[in-house]
Design a protein around this ligand. Structure first.
Ligand SMILES: [Zn+2]
Ligand SMILES: [Zn+2]
Length: 264
């Protein structure tokens, strides 16, 4: 069972990232606002502590100062109300930049993101580059060659893993591009939803990592993908919802060609 509230070590890397981005220094109050804006805390972390006018999240950020969290690791120092990032802190951010961009840029859930930040902060070695993947060639956004090579392997593996008779259906609604648009526009625009953040684990073989990565992907059509993220729900939940809607339509004997044949 994952801890429900954010920990100090989960705040280390995103805080250093913000310091670095702001020219190396930030005040505690600015750091609280910026972290909330960036990480979008939810649940118990945004509950207000009784008689304090303060959330658990902002209290944790303040603890970074009172517990000397950055000083102990040599990542930043605190002077006159501000944190100042050190060379060591800067290096830590730069070494993990692709991890940070991956975690902040992929619409993962809040608890997944903070726990992944905690894992990076706790690991002695820097975690290798993340797997960020879609089946579509053009959608690989990382600029790193090594990551591109890995991504190509995962992309090929995903195409094999998810296709049946050469086609990949949306795991939520069953949509298939060729079926609807016909042979002329049949090139699939299926997207890969990342269920959880996943990194390439050092110490594991590439095939083991790819196997892990595949378990974290869900092929979805662009509509379902948007809906998942817009509503902060899982693919499973959307799929169950679609099934319910379909059976209601079915009971009402609503024909509608677009509803038929797609459910699997
Ligand atoms: Zn769909
Ligand atoms: Zn997604």
């Amino acid at each position: 069972m994952a801890k429900e509230r954010i920990t100090e070590s989960e705040l280390v890397l995103p805080s250093l990232y913000l310091m670095n981005r702001r020219g190396g220094s930030v005040s505690t109050s600015d750091l609280i606002v910026a972290l909330e804006d960036m990480m979008k805390p939810e649940g118990q972390d945004i509950a207000i502590i009784a008689n304090r006018h303060d959330s658990y999240f902002s209290q944790k950020v303040r603890n970074l100062k009172s517990h000397d969290t950055f000083q102990k690791k040599g990542y930043a120092v605190y002077r006159d109300g501000r944190f100042y990032i050190t060379e060591e802190g800067r290096k830590f951010v730069e070494d993990n930049m692709s991890n940070i961009e991956y975690l902040l840029g992929s619409d993962f859930g809040y608890s997944d993101v903070r726990q992944a930040f905690g894992r990076i902060a706790k690991s002695k070695k820097h975690l290798p580059v993340p797997y960020r993947e879609t089946v579509e060639e053009g959608a690989v956004r990382t600029g790193e060659t090594v990551s591109r090579k890995r991504s190509k392997k995962l992309r090929d593996a995903a195409a094999r893993h998810f296709s049946e008779n050469g086609i990949i259906r949306c795991a939520c609604c069953g949509f298939e591009f060729g079926e609807f648009y016909g042979p002329e526009y049949s090139k699939s625009c299926i997207e890969m939803h990342h269920i959880r953040p996943i990194f390439s684990y050092s110490g594991e073989s590439e095939s083991a990592t790819i196997e892990q990565a595949l378990k974290n992907l869900l092929p979805v059509c662009p509509n379902c993908h948007r809906t998942i993220h817009r509503n902060h729900i899982s693919g499973d939940r959307l799929q169950a919802f679609i099934d319910t809607v379909r059976s209601m339509h079915h009971k009402a004997q609503c024909s509608g060609a677009s509803w038929n044949g797609a459910a699997h």
